[in-house]
Structures are given as structure tokens and as C-alpha cells.
Write a protein of this length. Structure first.
Length: 359
């Protein structure tokens, strides 16, 4: 079968590899669509970052020299069910894969926070296969069923939607509250969708790119500001009341000024939820946190969020987020290189490893 194998920065090759054979506790999944994620793009541009380089990943035992199959945002159809599989899975079932790999032994895992595992890994980054290939041999425990009226294209976006849903859950957001989202890249846009679906009274976007602001508007954001032109905390207070501010703010830009504006835009005891991964540690004015009794929280990927997310896919319309559908052969040129040169125009490029676009 064909698979996209990561060999290092700017070196992703479509290679012929052995099709996996089904084994106990696993299902063989024929991949329908796989999204390209910002994480994949970072690996392409300047990796290996999360891909295990010299030291093999402690759970998968894989490293770069083995060649790492990419792709962690994917949907597919079960082709074969192994022995002793838990759950009512059968050939033909439409599924998505929950991509978090954890050790199941460390303190985080024992506490039900497998997404904060000390040996955290991901399908499509840490080895043992990925979604940018024709087939994926999935532990049955990773599988979630796609609702009948949700297409496999839309279902492939359940992974970034789960990231957003987990962040919103972690933030303590309640229906009727106001929210500020800093950064309207893919995760920012998915956050807007989740906040609107969960009944936010006001969703405000801070994003310097007008192209991205338009994507956030399409996602349903109520107010859109540019941090290059607007004083964000001041504009937020024009909307929420002069001495109030938003209930929750989401940092999805990985930018120190955005983080600062987010904290200053919060009401007393408001919460800033950071979902960004930072290339350099940001400076934070903790007096802004202390004197207003604000909270700073972190959120990483997802755990146990998929059942609710699969249900939410029935009503959240993500179709406008698909900004390209390409066959696997075009992955580098029309996928990664397109995202390098034309990133702001895209939310999600989907890849069809089988080439069957009718799925
Ligand atoms: Zn991702
Ligand atoms: Zn663990």
C-alpha cells in the first residue's frame, strides 16, 4: 500500500509499504480522508520536533530511522476485525481514530488524564502508522463510530474539533457566557464553532490577518478585531460593559502580545485557557492575574471528548472548513507546500489516500 513517510524536514515521501495484517484486539481501517494539521506542517518545515528522532518513542519503540507515517486526523471504514476485539465493530463500519497514545501506567494516566501522559505520543507522529496511508491497523480502543448522517470528509475533522471541545470543557465555559478567541487559525476557528454551539452570548475574535478573520466570521464569530489596529481589551469592554470583560479567553495564537491582551480582556475571576504550543516561553504580567483573581489554565489535545464530539458533528456544520481535497500523490506539492506558501487561505486540506473521492 502507499503511505506518506516522514524522513526529516522537507522530506516526506510517498512510499510503497506492507499493508498491515489484522491482529487480536485491532481493526484494519481503510482510510477515507486525513487532514493535514499544523503539527504536521511544523514537522515538515523544521522537524523532527515531536517525531522521535534518535531515541525511540517509549511506547511505540519507533524512531525516525524507521520512517514515520504521518496523519492523525482521519476517518475510514473498517475492512477487517481481529480476534478478541472489544466493542461491536464489524466490516463496513465508518469510524474515526482517537490519536492519543499513552502509557496507561504513569500518574497522569492513573488519574484519567492520559492526554498529559509522561510518555505521550500520537498516531501519525510517534510511529505504528498513521492516516496518510491507505490502511491503518487500529487498536479497537482508539475507534469511534461516525453517525449515519455525517460524511467521512466531515468526520475527518473530528480530531481538531475534539481539541477545541476539550479546551472549552477545561475552561469551565458555561452557556450564555462571553468569550474571546485570540488567533483564528484552524484551532481558533474550531473553538468559535464549539463556543457558538454551546450557547456563547458573544464570541469575539482577535486576529491580524483579514483572510483568517473572514474564516472566523464564517464560523460564526460575532465581533472581529485586528490586534494591529485595535486595542483589544478596550474593544472587548465596549462590548461587555466598561468595567467588565469576557468570561473566558482562549489563546490560540502562540503570541506573547495576544496572551497579554487575553488576560487583560478578562473580567474579574475570568479564565484564560491556553491551547497554544510556544516556541519561546512568553512573559506574563502575573499582577494582572493576582489583583483580578483571574485564572490561567492549559489544555492539551483531548481525552474522553470524542463521544460528545461525534454527537456534536450532527449539528455543527464544518463543511466550509474544507479548503482542499487532494489525492495522496499530491501531498507534498498541493498539501504541505501549499500550506507553507498560502497558509492563511486554508482551514483544512483533506487527503484521500485511496484516491476514491466518492467516499
Ligand atoms: Zn492535529
Ligand atoms: Zn502515562
Amino acid at each position: 500500500m502507499k503511505a506518506a513517510i516522514y524522513r526529516g524536514a522537507k522530506d516526506i515521501r510517498i512510499e510503497e509499504v506492507d499493508k498491515p495484517t489484522v491482529k487480536a484486539g485491532h481493526c484494519l481501517v481503510k482510510v477515507a480522508y486525513c487532514g493535514i494539521c499544523g503539527t504536521d506542517l511544523h514537522e515538515y518545515e523544521s522537524g523532527p520536533i515531536l517525531v522521535p528522532d534518535k531515541v525511540p518513542h517509549p511506547v511505540t519503540g519507533c524512531s525516525l530511522k524507521d520512517g514515520i507515517c504521518l496523519g492523525h486526523e482521519f476517518s475510514g471504514i473498517i475492512e477487517e476485525v481481529g480476534d478478541n476485539v472489544e466493542g461491536d465493530w464489524k466490516k463496513g463500519d465508518r469510524v474515526v481514530i482517537e490519536a492519543v497514545i499513552s502509557c496507561k501506567e504513569c500518574y497522569a494516566c492513573r488519574s484519567g488524564c492520559n492526554n498529559a501522559c509522561s510518555k505521550l505520543g500520537f498516531v501519525g507522529i510517534s510511529g505504528l502508522g498513521g492516516g496518510l496511508s491507505e490502511y491503518f491497523l487500529s487498536p479497537a480502543a482508539y475507534l469511534h463510530r461516525v453517525p449515519d448522517d455525517v460524511s467521512l470528509r466531515i468526520a475527518a475533522m473530528s480530531e481538531p474539533l475534539a481539541v477545541a471541545a476539550h479546551a472549552v470543557r477545561r475552561s469551565g465555559f458555561q452557556k450564555g457566557q462571553s468569550a474571546l478567541v485570540l488567533g483564528a487559525g484552524p484551532i481558533g476557528c474550531f473553538l468559535v464553532k464549539v463556543l457558538i454551539a454551546q450557547g456563547a452570548s458573544t464570541v469575539i475574535i482577535s486576529e491580524p490577518s483579514s483572510t483568517r478573520r473572514n474564516k472566523a466570521k464564517l464560523a460564526g464569530a460575532h465581533h472581529l478585531f485586528s490586534p494591529l489596529e485595535d486595542d483589544i481589551p478596550a474593544r472587548v469592554r465596549e462590548l461587555t460593559g466598561s468595567d467588565e470583560g469576557v468570561d473566558v479567553a482562549f489563546e490560540a495564537a502562540g503570541n506573547e502580545r495576544a496572551l497579554d491582551a487575553g488576560i487583560r480582556s478578562l473580567k474579574v475571576r475570568g479564565t484564560l485557557l491556553n491551547v497554544s504550543v510556544w516556541s519561546r516561553p512568553p512573559k506574563v504580567d502575573l499582577n494582572e492575574v493576582v489583583f483580578k483573581e483571574r485564572q490561567l489554565l492549559g489544555s492539551s489535545c483531548y481525552y474522553m471528548d470524542h463521544p460528545a464530539v461525534m454527537e456534536a458533528l450532527k449539528t455543527i456544520d464544518l463543511s466550509a472548513f474544507v479548503t482542499g481535497v487532494i489525492p495522496l500523490e499530491d501531498l507534498v506539492e498541493k498539501g504541505f507546500e501549499e500550506l507553507v506558501h498560502n497558509n492563511e487561505a486554508h482551514v483544512k486540506i483533506l487527503v484521500s489516500p485511496s484516491g476514491d473521492m466518492s467516499l
